[in-house]
Design a protein around this ligand. Structure first.
Ligand SMILES: [Zn+2]
Length: 229
């Protein structure tokens, strides 16, 4: 349902995308119908901007991603798992040092719709604390694992002072469809204000690394400017 709502919103609204996420037939109190902005701010979209986001890291592939971003002077947003920030400390620190944005992606990637409020809060706070301890910087942005949330868990996240980050272009790079397919999905799916979802962790990301160079090159050739999500 959540997916359908987002998909329809994407078709209707282009890059200014909102999703209430309420199941059909549910008696949604007005307070529960809050918005998730999946794309960039309309003012940013007007300037033909795009944001690269990398989830589930850091991992041993993160330095390769960072090398490519550095070569093109592109800044990106890294939605990292708290437990990985502790394991790949140097990569986490390099993300901050090289001017990229940190994003909390939970401690270890549960489906938040299955969690109690206190368990959800613990996932967020534990990741915040670890990322902060490792990098010296506390994320101000949160992305739900699987993009799975409900009104209840969105409130939990917002109560921690975090902005919720979505995406508009899903490369599905995690399924390893081949570097060329990842590249084409990213480039052809991008409209001004797009937020592209890729992964620098969670498995073998050599295809993502192989695709990234041409993703950036082709989007730059189309006149896009890369911004932080
Ligand atoms: Zn994830």
């Amino acid at each position: 349902m959540r997916f359908v709502a987002r998909f329809l919103a994407a078709v209707v609204l282009g890059t200014l995308i909102v999703a209430g996420g309420q199941p059909t037939g549910a008696a949604a109190a007005p307070a529960e119908v809050e918005l998730i902005v999946l794309g960039l701010h309309p003012a940013a979209a007007a300037r033909k901007t795009v944001a690269l986001t990398f989830d589930d890291g850091p991992s041993k592939y993160t330095p390769q991603v960072l090398d490519i971003l550095k070569r093109y002077h592109v800044k990106a947003t890294f939605c990292m798992l708290g437990q990985n920030a502790g394991t790949y400390r140097k990569a986490a620190q390099r993300i901050v040092r090289e001017g990229h944005r940190l994003c909390d992606h939970s401690w270890n990637h549960p489906d938040f719709t299955d969690l109690s409020n206190s368990a959800a809060r613990s996932q967020v706070v534990r990741a915040q604390n670890r990322i902060s301890a490792v990098t010296g910087r506390t994320p101000k942005v949160f992305r739900f694992p699987y993009g799975a949330s409900n009104a209840r868990t969105r409130i939990v996240v917002r109560n921690q002072g975090l902005r919720i980050l979505g995406w508009t272009v899903d490369t599905r790079d995690w399924s390893r469809p081949g570097a060329k397919t990842i590249e084409n999905r990213a480039v052809t799916g991008t409209r001004p204000g797009a937020v592209i979802l890729m992964h620098d962790g969670g498995g073998n990301r050599s295809q993502t690394v192989a695709a990234l160079d041409d993703v950036i090159r082709r989007l730059k050739a189309k006149g896009y400017t890369f911004v932080l999500a």
